[in-house]
Write a protein that binds this ligand. Structure first.
Ligand code: SF4
Ligand code: SF4
Length: 230
């Protein structure tokens, strides 16, 4: 937390080795634990998402929810990994936001999975990690390690209930409205190609495309932001 994180937890990855290798390959395999670290996004930036047709909003959002926060997360994971290495443990800091496969549209490791297993939130109908404190207004990084942790988080049960706000707000209709089920593929809940194509189309119209309606609309983040203004 002294490095600037707002949330952290420990995930036990051992029961999920097969899924981890399937997504990211051997490079991310063989680590029994993960340190999940989150930084809360600024409400003043996220609350501007409905005005994203304005270039000032897009520039601020891209800077302060992607570039700056990802950089801060990468510094935190690098410092944690260096410390663990000095202590004699294997570790792998996972980049905060780097896609490795354009076909599957995925990164080398799922930060959301680690945060969920670390007990920091649930995977919502938006496929985002939703925290009780800040909703989905958090970005994540992960350090994989063989440090012998003896205590881990417990995955949180979903609290979406009957809410369908993200499903209705997504301009591409990318969400099916199904709750997360680890036995189902992501496609059962989320068509990542629709979101990806939307960004490509927007890029042809104007620089620095932004959406994030699924982040903005979730009541678990929005109500907290509203209450903080009172
Ligand atoms: S970023 Fe926009 S288009 Fe993509 S899933 Fe979220 S709401 Fe839908
Ligand atoms: S907007 Fe509603 S359904 Fe979507 S993740 Fe948030 S609580 Fe769940």
């Amino acid at each position: 937390m002294s490095l600037g994180a707002d949330l952290y937890g420990i995930a036990d990855l051992r029961p999920h080795e097969t899924a981890i290798i399937k997504q990211g390959g051997e490079m991310v395999s063989g680590y029994p634990f993960a340190i999940s670290v989150g930084i809360r996004l600024l409400d003043t930036i996220v609350d501007q998402i409905p005005n994203r047709s304005q270039r000032t909003v897009r520039v601020s959002y891209r800077s302060h929810t992607y570039d700056v926060v990802n950089g801060r997360l990468d510094v935190i994971s690098s410092l944690l990994a260096s410390h663990l290495q000095k202590e004699g443990y294997r570790c792998m800091p996972v980049p905060a936001s780097e896609r490795i496969d354009d076909e599957r549209i995925c990164a080398m490791f799922s930060h959301k999975m680690a945060a969920h297993l670390a007990g920091l939130g649930w995977i919502g109908k938006s496929c985002l990690l939703v925290t009780p404190q800040y909703g989905p207004r958090v970005r994540w990084t992960t350090v994989l390690t063989d440090y012998p942790f003896s205590r881990f988080g417990i995955p949180m049960d979903p609290r979406c209930g009957n809410c369908e706000e993200c499903t209705k707000a997504c301009p591409t209709g990318a969400f099916t409205g199904r709750m997360f089920d680890r036995d189902e593929p992501r496609e059962a809940r989320f068509d990542a190609r629709k979101c990806d194509q939307y960004f490509k189309d927007m890029e042809k119209q104007a620089p620095k495309p932004v959406c994030g309606m699924c982040v903005f609309i979730c009541p678990h983040g929005r109500n907290i932001a509203k209450n903080a203004k009172r």
